[in-house]
Design a binder for this molecule. Structure first.
Ligand code: CIZ
Ligand code: SF4
Length: 351
């Protein structure tokens, strides 16, 4: 990265001092992570943002839905800044509020809404989290999806899982012991979701047809290829990967699980990791005593995470130094209220 820009970032960061708190998601570029006061996955960062009430500005180096969660969980006097407003998330964008309300209407007309509990993945817009809160549901992350689903099944006969079909299916089948036949996929681009009322009634998991454009690209062939190339390799993947990838892997878990697993791995062991490339490259550098490779050489970075680069960070920090608020992320009061209801249900789940 450009040394002059890095200098400007350092100066602006120093000028802001404790007035600013810079959060960096694990999928961010190295040039940005260097300036993060804390790093974490989306859930940890939302908690961290709330733990610094003295910081006026929370500069969120991550994607839009994460900055929204930070705004919901921080105090009203704190302002959340996303250095590039184009940093969205293709998965979160796959579930728009209107589409989800239409799906709920389909369930209501079939007489199934009362017995269905919505569960939304953290990777969803604030509007979807609020929908979930209003309709008696909860939120989950990739580390507590099993607990959120158990909570939901204590309250209803079936779950509407949004927006990542893979996390929903993997958790239901591999952790709750449901079968693939218990799951149907609801396609928001087809009338009635492309499924019959009988299929909806019989289903335990109604999976929204969404996926992550990064994790959804890993294939079972990638797993077979790396096993042929590196004898004894351990395959470690995120649960946003497809079902056949997750079942072919040796270990599956959240971003924090992946980081801890590689930290604890013995020297000399080999790992093929199926998650975002900025993180895998950083972990390979941090553990030179272990062989850590990317599961698929052709899969790229998360393009929206990468929108936050050093020029955008410098621009945001320097603007704040000059007293100009830029790219503030604000969730409206009603949406924030109901999204928080759903988030708090998740936070109250037994550990
Ligand atoms: O895929 C993502 O964006 C993930 C896993 C985010 C997060 O930190 O939970
Ligand atoms: Fe969204 Fe996937 Fe990028 Fe995460 S990695 S921000 S889920 S597109």
């Amino acid at each position: 990265s450009d040394p002059a820009l890095a200098d400007r970032a350092r100066r602006a960061r120093a000028a802001l001092g404790d007035r600013a708190f810079v959060l960096g998601h694990h999928y961010q570029r190295d040039e940005v992570i260097e300036f993060a006061d804390v790093t974490g996955d989306s859930f940890k960062l939302a908690q961290q943002a709330a733990a610094r009430p003295e910081a006026e500005y929370v500069v969120f180096c991550g994607v839009h839905f994460m900055a929204e969660s930070a705004d919901i969980l921080t105090s009203p006097s704190q302002q959340v800044v996303l250095p590039d407003l184009a940093a969205g998330c293709s998965m979160a964008d796959m579930a728009a509020l209107g589409q989800v309300e239409d799906a709920w209407e389909v369930l209501a007309e079939a007489g199934l809404a009362d017995s269905t509990v919505p569960v939304a993945y953290m990777n969803s817009s604030a509007a979807i989290k609020a929908f979930t809160g209003r309709n008696g549901g909860t939120i989950c992350t990739s580390s507590n999806a099993d607990r959120s689903l158990r909570w939901a099944f204590e309250r209803g006969e079936r779950v509407l899982f949004l927006p990542d079909q893979h996390l929903g299916r993997n958790t239901a089948v591999l952790q709750l012991g449901l079968s693939l036949e218990d799951c149907v996929v609801y396609n928001p681009h087809k009338p009635g979701g492309g499924v019959t009322v009988e299929q909806l009634r019989a289903a335990k998991m109604i999976l929204w047809r969404g996926h992550c454009s990064v994790h959804g690209r890993f294939s079972k062939d990638n797993v077979d290829d790396v096993r042929a190339r590196i004898p004894g390799v351990n395959v470690l993947v995120h649960p946003e990967c497809r079902f056949d990838v997750v079942t072919a892997a040796d270990s599956v878990g959240s971003t924090e699980h992946i980081i801890r697993t590689l930290e604890a791995a013995p020297a000399g062991s080999s790992w093929a990791v199926g998650t975002e490339l900025n993180l895998v490259s950083r972990l390979a550098k941090a553990h030179p005593d272990k062989q850590i490779v990317f599961l698929d050489k052709t899969v790229c970075y998360c393009s929206t995470m990468n929108r936050i680069d050093l020029p955008h960070l410098v621009w945001a920090l320097e603007s704040l130094v000059e007293g100009r608020m830029v790219n503030r992320i604000v969730v409206d009061g009603d949406t924030a209220h109901w999204a928080k209801v759903a988030l708090e249900r998740m936070l109250a789940l037994p550990g």
